[in-house]
Design a protein around this ligand. Structure first.
Ligand code: DGY
Length: 325
């Protein structure tokens, strides 16, 4: 009997842990390395006691009911869990787990890659060169924006936001942040970060990097109205969740020069990207790579596996979000 259903291939590190603890026969990993279609998900979860799923899969009451009452744990291979109906899981006595901490540095590094790429027009420059348009060095060619000594604004000051703030010291930046929960004075001092309201964050940031979870309060936190309040020289970076930004408005804001550039790793309707953004030179676009290093993905798969093993062995999963006794 399948005890664990893995919706698509995950790094071996996690698979080996599951097989060692539960037996190779207990694990069914779908072999197609692509997003699982909804009907296949509903079909394959049937009878599973554990599901190791991806952030792109909607794990709602329908999936939980299709799995059956033996389902004990849904382990998301991601720190964000907006794809899971945690309340529906809780009422059914199902543990929901995520993969915090292990991806903090990789994601913060990628946010910085986007900050620098957007500021210095890295993508645009590379496209220019590869298109064989480069005629040699020019004093006014592809001028970007200096970030050294400027103001970094962080929207959402959790683990990843804090790791991004730490890295700003190397660029001598002032760090301001906004979050529903203010940090303790000790942490603010250690990070040299100043709490501000959202209006101040919008008006004062030279670089504004988004690191909040997606929830009803943060969905579309950045729309046209927000972009109107930003500096025309500002750079917006999003490595959190796409729907925090109204993509259509961002696209228009870039077209009309309301802000200077954007660096995006996440999109409102992944994997679709607003067509206007695809043609926008000032947008640096990556395909949701925040945690995509070998070391990080191994660690995420191991964490997800350990959460499943704990739940199936009757222990509290280490990263339980819904824990229900
Ligand atoms: C997450 O973990 O939530 C990222 O978006 C994917 O690694």
């Amino acid at each position: 009997m399948t005890r664990v259903f893995v919706t698509r291939p995950v790094p071996d590190a996690g698979l080996r842990l599951l097989e060692a603890a539960l037996g190779a026969d207990a694990v069914f990993m779908r072999q197609e390395d692509s997003a699982i279609p909804r009907n296949a998900l509903l079909e394959h979860v049937g009878g599973a006691e554990a599901v190791l799923c991806m952030l792109s899969e909607r794990m709602d009451a329908e999936v939980m009911d299709a799995a059956g009452t033996q389902l004990k744990v849904i382990a998301n291979l991601a720190v964000g869990y907006d794809n899971i109906d945690v309340e529906a899981a809780r009422t059914r006595g199902i543990h929901v787990t995520n993969t915090p901490d292990v991806l903090t540095d990789a994601t913060a590094d990628l946010a910085w890659a986007l900050i620098l790429s957007a500021a210095r027009r890295v993508g645009e420059g590379e496209r220019f060169l590869r298109a064989d348009k480069w005629q040699g060095w020019g004093p006014k060619q592809l001028l970007g924006m200096s970030i050294f000594g400027k103001t970094l604004g962080i929207f959402g000051m959790g683990r990843i936001g804090q790791a991004v703030a730490q890295r700003a010291a190397g660029f001598n930046m002032d760090v301001i942040y906004h979050d529903a929960n203010r940090l303790s004075p000790e942490v603010e001092t250690a990070l040299q970060a100043t709490f501000v309201d959202k209006e101040t964050l919008l008006a004062s940031s030279d670089v504004l990097s988004i690191h909040c979870p997606l929830n009803p309060q943060t969905r579309h936190a950045f729309t046209w109205t927000a972009f109107e309040k930003m500096k025309p020289t500002a750079i917006l970076v999003n490595t959190a969740r796409g729907p925090v930004v109204k993509e259509e408005d961002l696209c228009r804001a870039l077209e009309q020069g309301l802000i200077f550039a954007a660096g995006l790793d996440v999109y409102e309707h992944e994997p679709a990207v607003c067509p206007g953004l695809m043609h926008q030179e000032r947008a640096v676009l990556l395909p949701h790579l925040g945690s995509a290093t070998t070391e990080t993905r191994d660690a995420m798969a191991s964490l997800a596996a350990n959460n499943i093993i704990a739940a199936l062995q009757g222990r509290r999963p280490p990263n339980c979000l819904s824990c229900c006794g």
